[in-house]
Design a protein around this ligand. Structure first.
Ligand SMILES: *Cc1c(COP(=O)(O)O)cnc(C)c1O
Length: 232
C-alpha cells in the first residue's frame, strides 16, 4: 500500500462530497489481485483513520474472494461483489458477500434470492450499461425499473440502487455526461424505491468527478493499493 494513499483518497472523497453539498460518499476499496494480508493492513489503517467507517472491500470474482473472506472472517469487513456474476455461482456469492453490485438480469435475481436467508437480506445494486456498449455487462437503461421491481419483490434481497462502469473516455466531458445520465436514472429509481439510495460510480481516475455528478459510493483500487500486476 503506497504511503499515505488511503488518507489522500479519503480526503479527496470528503472534499468532493463537501463541494457537492452532500454527505461523504462511501468508499469501497477494490482489492482484486491483492492478498488477504494487504487487505488486513488497509482495513487496519482505515479503522485507525476513520473510526466508525464501514470497512467495505470489493472483489471481482467469487473464487478469488472466497479464501480471502474466509481468512479475514471476524475482521468486520463488508464484502462487495463488483464483477460479473454467473448464475451458477450465485449461491456461493450469496454466502460470501454482503452486497452484490452487478445484478443485471432476472435469472440472477431469482438465483440470488433462492440462495439467501430472508432473515439476512442481500444488498443488491442494478448494474446499468449506460452507454449501451456492445458486449458489456449491465442491463439497458430502459430495463432498470423492471429489474428493480423484481428485486424489490424478493424478501431475501434488498434493492439499494444502481452501479455502473462507464467507458473510460479520455475526454472527461464525456465521462461527466455518462455520470449525469446515471444520476437521472438513479433519481427515477429512487422515486419508485426510496430505499434505493446508493449510486455506485467512479473509480481511481474519476471518483471526484463521479461524486460531483451524484455518486454516493465510489469503487477505488489502484489509488489505494498501487498499480495491479499485469495479467500473465
Ligand atoms: C477494478 C475495478 C474498480 C477499481 O478500479 P481502479 O481503477 O483500480 O480504481 C472499480 N470497479 C470495478 C467494477 C472494477 O472491476
Amino acid at each position: 500500500m503506497p504511503d499515505g494513499a488511503l488518507a489522500r483518497v479519503l480526503e479527496a472523497i470528503e472534499n468532493a462530497s463537501r463541494a457537492a453539498a452532500r454527505p461523504p460518499a462511501r468508499l469501497v476499496a477494490v482489492s482484486k489481485t491483492r492478498e488477504a494480508g494487504e487487505i488486513a493492513a488497509l482495513a487496519a489503517a482505515w479503522a485507525a483513520l476513520r473510526p466508525g467507517d464501514t470497512l467495505a472491500f470489493g472483489e471481482n470474482y467469487v473464487q478469488e474472494a472466497a479464501p480471502k473472506a474466509a481468512a479475514l472472517d471476524g475482521s468486520g469487513i463488508e464484502w462487495h461483489l463488483v464483477g460479473h456474476l454467473q448464475s451458477n455461482k450465485a449461491a456461493q456469492a450469496a454466502a460470501i458477500f454482503d452486497w452484490v453490485q452487478s445484478v443485471d438480469r432476472p435469472k440472477l435475481v431469482r438465483a440470488l434470492a433462492a440462495a439467501r436467508d430472508p432473515a439476512q437480506p442481500l444488498n443488491v445494486l442494478v448494474q446499468v450499461n449506460v452507454e449501451g456498449e456492445a458486449g458489456k455487462h449491465g442491463c439497458a437503461p430502459d430495463d432498470v425499473q423492471g429489474l428493480a421491481a423484481e428485486i424489490a419483490a424478493q424478501p431475501a434481497l434488498r434493492l439499494r440502487g444502481i452501479m455502473a462502469i462507464p467507458e473510460p473516455h479520455p475526454d472527461f466531458g464525456r465521462r461527466r455526461e455518462a455520470f449525469a445520465r446515471l444520476r437521472e436514472l438513479h433519481a427515477r429509481l429512487c422515486a419508485a424505491h426510496p430505499a434505493a439510495d446508493t449510486l455506485s460510480m467512479g473509480m481511481s481516475a474519476d471518483f471526484a468527478l463521479a461524486i460531483a455528478e451524484g455518486a454516493t459510493m465510489v469503487r477505488v483500487g489502484t489509488a489505494l493499493f498501487g498499480p495491479r500486476p499485469a495479467p500473465a
